[in-house]
Design a protein around this ligand. Structure first.
Ligand SMILES: C[S@@+](CC[C@H](N)C(=O)[O-])C[C@H]1O[C@@H](n2cnc3c(N)ncnc32)[C@H](O)[C@@H]1O
Length: 173
């Protein structure tokens, strides 16, 4: 009986992750520890930044890391895929960390001034560029892991100390 229940949980979980990958085209792969350290350092060094949104937050590990720093007034984790969203929200709740988890399409959000983190795909960055240019011409910081914003010049590019020397593009606008 327990075996069937476990099997059911595994099948539903795999189905939910597969649905999310089909909907977004992106696997919920967490960023590496070194990438998170670098992203956190960049955000902590930005003067006056009190609001950070992780667009495509996966299982929420990066958002929780930022919450632990205690530096930001608001941390929002936006994830389209239902299972990573639910697990992320539960882990933040268990850890008693002030992360607001939203299951939403990052491309349909109202953008407010603040810091944004992405680790998505080139196609997503292109779509996001339109949103940023329409809604948020000034007053933002974008930290993009692995994928540059087509047509924009980064203020700087950092590299994580991981296997792939992952580039982290920093845009100020
Ligand atoms: C590579 S993971 C990054 C996870 C997290 N930011 C990190 O650094 O660990 C990208 C996540 O973006 C999500 N995603 C893809 N398209 C999205 C969209 N349009 N809106 C919200 N989330 C999206 C995927 O489901 C996936 O979980």
């Amino acid at each position: 009986m327990v075996v069937y229940a476990l099997l059911g949980v595994v099948i539903v979980s795999v189905g939910l992750v597969a649905w999310g990958v089909r909907a977004s085209g992106i696997v919920p792969m967490p960023s590496s520890r070194s990438t998170r350290q670098t992203v956190e350092r960049v955000l902590l060094s930005a003067p006056g930044l009190d609001r950070v949104t992780d667009l495509g937050s996966g299982w929420g590990g990066l958002a929780r890391r930022l919450a632990r720093s205690g530096r930001f007034e608001s941390i929002v984790a936006v994830e389209l895929s239902p299972l990573p969203h639910m697990v992320g929200a539960l882990l933040s709740w268990f850890a008693d960390l002030p992360v607001t988890h939203r299951r939403a399409d990052a491309l349909s959000l109202e953008l407010a001034p603040g810091g944004y983190v992405t680790y998505l795909s080139r196609g997503f960055m292109l779509a996001l560029r339109e949103r940023f240019e329409e809604q948020l011409p000034h007053g933002g910081l974008l930290v993009s892991v692995a994928f540059s914003m087509p047509g924009w010049t980064p203020a700087r590019v950092e590299h994580a100390h991981d296997l792939f020397h992952t580039p982290i593009y920093v845009y100020e606008f």
